[in-house]
Design a binder for this molecule. Sequence first.
Ligand code: SAH
Length: 346
Amino acid sequence: MKKELNGISYTDLENEIISLGIERYRAKQIFNFVHNKKIMSIDEITNIPKKTREILAENYTLNKIKIYDVFESKEDETVKFLFLLNDGNIIESVIMKYKYGYSQCVSTQVGCKMGCEFCASTKEGFIRNLSASEILDQIYCAENYLDIKVKNIVLMGSGEPLDNYSNVLNFINLVSDENGHNTSLRHITLSTCGIVDKIIELSKEDLPITLSLSLHSPFDDKRQQIMPIAKKYKINDIIEAMRYYFRKTNRRITFEYTLIDGFNNRPEDAKELRSLVKGMDVHINLIPLNPIKEFNYGFDGNKELEKFYNLLVKNGLKVTIRREMGSDISASCGQLKRRVLPKKEE
Ligand code: SAH
């Protein structure tokens, strides 16, 4: 099988082309066309000789994904994409516009194994990992379509990034390469449900990316009720791994905390959260629950969020409420794909 030209690191490309009889300096030209000009086929690398293009095409393919559908929010400038992969699978990704630039939430897997009760992405089960180029191409496709440059990347779409470790790491290396997209590692956030051994492995990579833990409750028994993975990894072990990450990278940790009224917003939750984060630079991101049909705790989200926010602040914690964006286009957590696909396939 041919290798993916848009999934190889700069250094590997240099080494591989030399063994194919292509001069080393061509790597820069090829990488530039693939990652900055975002070409759709190897034929378009017009700054190298035809013969070199032919050698490349004999050995590599460009794994490009396609836009399947686009939804633009009327409430804000959020844009949601459904992308079609070469094997017919569909994934989603969201672009959000903030004061400081564009931020994109990308998927790392088709479906997910983790089984969180409240999450739409996991309801179809796990289908497969995305390759590094498929993660990257979500960004290139969106940038081309909107004529923008994405500044911040969050690995928070469907899938568990640490369950697709090597492809996600290759993606991070590719997207931050100074010869390519050149995203600052500090502008990349990886969100995980807490896979301890992989958090430790990631710490050792010494990458200054932001690590975000989907905590959702400071108590193991409660967490287990909504997140099956919590049966395998206990909060104390996850926190210890997060502390290790913090010591190695000096990067502030974030906790994501989806508020489920009556379940994880009691005074004892705030107190336990405070004792969990002692001695760590942690930022808590409160998220309003986006109800799905399998997990529908309808409530006056804003009022409860604000109340719990105040309680956490009173406990000395650093907290922000994640603004809900693009709610008119179901811009979160695998919801759009579930809503749109059955209709399209009718
Ligand atoms: N698997 C990774 C990243 C994907 S989910 C993780 O677990 O962190 C990104 C974030 O959205 C997680 O914090 C997840 O718990 C949260 N989330 C998923 N479904 C949600 C919903 N219906 N409402 C609110 N937050 C949700």
